[in-house]
Design a protein around this ligand. Structure first.
Ligand SMILES: [Zn+2]
Length: 479
């Protein structure tokens, strides 16, 4: 496939890998596509540059059959797959995906006739599930049609959900950041309870994932205490695990420094049953996930389940406003206000894809909603464009989302008081890959002085949050 095109260029993808060691060799790294190991040609081998594993997209492009074009003059790579068109320019960290500017963790580079681009970024934009097994040094790519529930991954822990996510090129914690981080001093599992010792207040984000069944606990703004490795298994890449044999519901507890910026410790319980447990966090230094408590998984109680997705977060600021504010902060503020309103709704259950400044990947966000069989998915964003563009837009991808888009847009226009820029169809990862009606709301333009002045006010955010909840209720017939 596409071998002629490939003569022009070799792609290599970024894959952040050994954030602690920086320049570890990646010679033993393998790539599996839908469970099949890719044979890498001599000039398509995985590389590691500055702590990021670079993998040969050329191989993936050939295997996946994407259409690739390389314009030498402008140093632009165009990658097309079905209705997604991605333009990447060497040394520019902003990509154009279907005309929308998206920030990449690192800019594509030209290294001796080879264009290198970020793997996770490309994979997710193209709807692939991308994961990394740090122990096996293996990248797993799963196409939407090719996945069979994660069983294709050889070895243990192939889901990669505790690996350091690609895209983080930082080596270790930034100077000056250390003081603000909570230290995870210990993790233990006994009496069917997970216990996490921390030295500062932490607000965990708990969610479940299926196939295989897991409970994931993200601890934002945390790191492992310096003394942690003396008491617990922790390898040089800040990954470790505890085998659980005495409690039949859990097979393993895995933990890792999941992200460097913001520093996030992730703990994953590999479950033998579908269960989430109750989180007990009294900010007394001990966070407990109690599996003895029968807390049903959201949506399994007959209520309608809504997933609210605050766009971007963590290392991904989203758009930057004319006054230097970050889109991710607007998205989260509105999302938390929506949460407060949804708590009052007796017939609606909800799950947030993030409730603090963290960055779940696009495929994580989709997976949360799909695994839970959510009834609705609503992603909250703000837009950027020319200085004169102003107003609100509602995006959807699949036709079954149109009715939801129309209802949500009606309330978005009314509650924001901004110009109606219409309901629009676009291939966006989160609205395309979700399996339930899904929309992405652009609640105004951060690049517009007038819109921007409103978006960060409590009043505007309160009104938009109320509008979103009204839209949800109308669509679900819960008025
Ligand atoms: Zn956005």
């Amino acid at each position: 496939m596409k071998k002629g095109l490939a003569a022009l260029l070799f792609f290599v993808m970024w894959f952040a890998l050994f954030p602690q060691t920086g320049q570890a060799a990646a010679g033993g790294t393998s790539i599996y596509l839908d469970g099949n190991k890719l044979e890498l040609s001599k000039n398509g081998q995985v590389q590691n540059i500055n702590g990021s594993v670079m993998i040969p997209i050329r191989v993936v492009v050939e295997e996946l059959g994407y259409v690739v074009d390389w314009e030498k003059k402008t140093r632009t790579v165009t990658i097309q797959q079905q209705d997604t068109v991605m333009k990447l320019v060497v040394d520019q960290s902003t990509a154009l995906v279907n005309g929308t500017k998206i920030q990449m963790p690192v800019a594509p580079k030209l290294v001796s006739d080879t264009v290198i681009v970020p793997l996770r970024f490309l994979g997710e934009q193209m709807g692939l599930s991308v994961s990394w097994d740090n122990q096996l040094k293996t990248v797993y790519l799963v196409t939407p049609a090719g996945g069979n529930g994660g069983e294709t991954s050889p070895g243990d822990g192939g889901d990669g959900d505790t690996g350091t996510p690609p895209g983080d090129t930082d080596s270790g914690t930034q100077p000056g950041q250390t003081d603000n981080l909570a230290n995870v001093g210990g993790i233990s599992f006994s009496d069917n309870r997970l216990m996490i010792a921390v030295d500062q207040n932490v607000t965990p984000n708990v969610f479940t994932m299926a196939n295989p069944q897991r409970v994931v606990i993200d601890l934002p703004n945390t790191k492992f205490a310096d003394t942690f490795s003396s008491g617990y298994h922790l390898d040089s890449t800040q990954n470790g695990f505890i085998d659980i044999t005495e409690y039949p519901e859990v097979s393993k507890v895995r933990y890792s420094l999941y992200n460097n910026n913001p520093s996030t410790v992730r703990i994953v319980l590999d479950m033998n049953v579908v269960k989430m447990g109750e989180l007990i966090n009294e900010n007394d230094g001990l966070i407990i996930l109690d599996l003895n408590k029968e807390v049903s998984i959201p949506g399994s109680n007959g209520k309608k389940l809504v997933v609210i997705d605050a766009g971007h977060g963590g290392k991904d600021p989203g758009a930057i406003s004319v006054t230097g504010k970050k889109e991710k902060d607007f998205n989260l503020a509105v999302t938390l206000k929506v949460q407060e309103l949804l708590k009052k709704e007796t017939n609606i259950d909800f799950v947030l894809t993030r409730s603090s400044d963290t960055y779940p990947s696009l495929s994580d966000r989709v997976k949360i909603a799909n695994d839970l069989n959510a009834d609705l998915f609503i992603s909250i964003h703000a837009n950027a464009g020319s200085a004169t563009a102003s107003g609100v837009e509602t995006y959807y991808t699949r036709s079954e989302s149109l009715a939801l888009a129309k209802v949500m847009h009606k309330y978005l226009v009314a509650s924001s008081g901004l110009t109606d820029r219409g309901v629009r169809s676009k291939s966006l990862h989160v609205t395309r890959e979700t399996k339930m009606p899904a929309v992405l709301l652009e609640c105004g333009y951060l690049s517009n002085k007038s819109d921007n002045a409103k978006l960060y006010t409590e009043d505007f955010q309160d009104r938009v949050a109320a509008g979103i909840v009204k839209g949800i209720k109308e669509y679900l017939g819960l008025q």
